[in-house]
Design a protein around this ligand. Sequence first.
Ligand code: SF4
Length: 284
Amino acid sequence: MQISETKAKSILTRSTGYLRDVCSHSLQPYRGCSFGRALCGVGCYVQHNPWLTRGEEWGSFLEVKKNAAELYGQQHAKESSWARRNRGNFSIFMSSSTDPFLPHEDRFRISQGLLRAMLENAPDSLILQSHSHRAGMYSELYLQLAQTCEFRIHISIESDRDRLPGLPAAASSVASRLRSAQALRRLGLQVVITVAPLLPINDPCDFFGRIAESADAVVLDHFVGGDGSKTGSRTLRTKLPAAIESLDSDCLELSYLDRMREVAERIMPGRVGVGSAGFAGRYS
Ligand code: SF4
C-alpha cells in the first residue's frame, strides 16, 4: 500500500448522481481506500472512476488529506449557504469513495479532525458510512454531533457471509459489524445497516432478525441500478458476479432485491429503505 500525504484543494463536493437525492455534499478524508483489496473492494464502484484512481490499482494507494479539517472550516460558510439555497439543507455524506474508519485513521486522525470541525460549524445533517466495525471509534464525538445536527451512522453489511468463493474476506466480520451497530444504538444514536450491493444471503430470516436487533433501519440495493450504471455493467466487469453465481445465480437478478425486501419488511416493518431513497432516510 502506497501511502502519501497531501494538501487537498477542496473537501466538500456537491453531490451528483446516486447521492443527489441523499445529501448536498459528499466528503472524503482520504483518496483511495485500504479496504480496496478486501471483499467490498472487489465490486467497489470507485475503482471505475479514473479521476479518483489516477490509473492506480484500487486498494494499492491511500492519499491522506492532511488539511481536511482546515478546509472544512474555510468552505463551510459558502457551501452551507449554497446547499440551503439549492438543495433545502446542508447535508454531508462521509464517505462515498473511501472509509472514514480505515486502520490508517489511528495514525492520521483525519476523520476525527473533520468531526471536530463539524462540531464548530455543524451541517444540518450528517451521515457517516463505513464498512468497518471501527465505525464506533469516535462515539463521544457522535453524541455531541447528534445534539447539533441530524446524525446517522450507516454500517455496510452486504450479506450474512464473511466470504464469497474465490474472493478475499471482508475487512470486518459480519458479527463484529453487528456488534458495533448494536453498541452505537444502545448509546441512543441512529444506526442503519446498508445491505448494498446485496450479496447472496445464506439465511435471510436470521440475517434480518439480527439486523432488527442491532439497528434502527436497513437499506437494500442491488448492483443493477445501484452501481452508477443502469444495467450493473460496472459490477459485471469485476470478479463479483462469478462469485455470486457460484452460490446463487438468482442473486444476479433484480428480482432478488424484491425477495429480500419482502423478508426484511416482514421482520422490520416500517424500517426498510431501498436504493437512494433508503440512503436518504426514507423507509417503509
Ligand atoms: S470501504 Fe467503501 S470505498 Fe473502500 S473499498 Fe470498500 S466499498 Fe470501496
